[in-house]
Design a protein around this ligand. Structure first.
Ligand code: GLU
Length: 297
């Protein structure tokens, strides 16, 4: 049997906090326990929000925590071609369509529907499902608008995608002891999700699925905030003929008020804890990991 492969995949759009540390430590602990490899992936498709200094800080913070990963880390911004190839496969099968809507267009269309049809369905992240405004645009007209330089995203046509890969969809969920169970997935609840954003030639969903396959990831360990996204990932894997890894969605580290830690809420960064005199061992302990000898380099 080939070795299990784990990965930690942070985005360099802010400093890492305790929640990231938990995910990274759990990944390495499980990789060690299952005799596997541990990879690092820099998820920097968002070229406006990601910054080199945050990427450098990721390496610094993880090394300070005592983690080691296989070099070089994969940097998503260097692999847009891989995401384009996957997208072309979906486009060639007629499973995506261009969308010219702005956020405002969508909000207005949804507001109209909400008047007519009451509550409009939401995706698992709480965003209104795309009301399908651009789905009916004839191909010739869409091509003309694209050729004219009009900004556009590409959305999955969920109806067609589910017809092409009817399922049932699911994946194997594993726990810290290595026990596994089959978990059903319901990709339809994401509606016509964006697969290629207006500003970059991919999206989180498309690139994570492509990269997990290209890097041979067998075990995905990530937070519960991404559990619902797995349903869409499983569908994309099926449409693209890619293997589905096993998944473990861990609980989120909460701040003192019970909210999940986040970069946007300025949650305390690992670097701040370090400056205030915390040691890596303190962080391991605070997150419930057994103390480990921190390798010296
Ligand atoms: N880049 C994502 C984040 O920082 C994690 C992606 C994943 O683990 O699938 O939240």
């Amino acid at each position: 049997m080939t070795k299990p492969v784990f990965r930690f995949a942070p985005s360099p759009n802010g400093r890492l906090h305790l929640g990231h540390a938990y995910s990274a430590l759990l990944n390495t602990e499980m990789a060690h326990q299952f005799g596997g490899r541990f990879l690092l992936r820099i998820e920097d498709i968002d070229v406006t929000r990601c910054r080199p200094e945050y990427e450098a800080a990721i390496y610094e913070d993880l090394a300070w925590l005592g983690l080691r990963w296989e070099e070089p880390a994969r940097r998503q911004s260097e692999h847009f071609g891989d995401y384009r190839t996957a997208f072309s496969t979906l486009k060639g099968r007629g499973l995506v369509y261009p969308c010219f809507c702005s956020r405002k267009d969508i909000a207005e269309a949804v507001a109209c529907r909400e008047v007519e049809e009451q509550a409009w369905p939401r995706d698992p992240d709480g965003a209104a499902l795309y009301p399908g405004t651009c789905k009916g645009i004839p191909a010739g007209e869409a091509e003309r608008r694209i050729a004219g330089g009009e900004a556009h995203a590409w959305r999955i046509d969920m109806g067609r995608a589910l017809a092409a890969a009817p399922g049932p969809h699911g994946y194997r969920r594993f726990d810290r002891e290595g026990a596994e169970e089959v978990c059903a997935a319901d990709p339809g609840r994401w509606g016509d999700a964006v697969l290629v954003r207006k500003d970059v030639p991919t999206s989180y969903h498309l690139s994570v699925v492509v990269d997990d396959a290209l890097q041979g990831i067998t075990h995905v360990v990530r937070g519960k905030d991404l559990e619902a996204a797995t349903d869409l990932h499983v569908l994309l894997q099926s449409l693209l003929g890619l293997p589905t890894p096993r998944y473990h969605h861990h609980g989120l580290v909460l701040d003192l008020t019970g909210d999940k830690l986040s970069k946007s809420r300025q949650s305390e960064a690992l670097a701040d804890l370090r400056l205030r005199g915390a040691s890596a061992a303190d962080v391991w302990q605070r997150l419930g990991f057994a103390p480990q000898p921190i390798p010296s380099t």
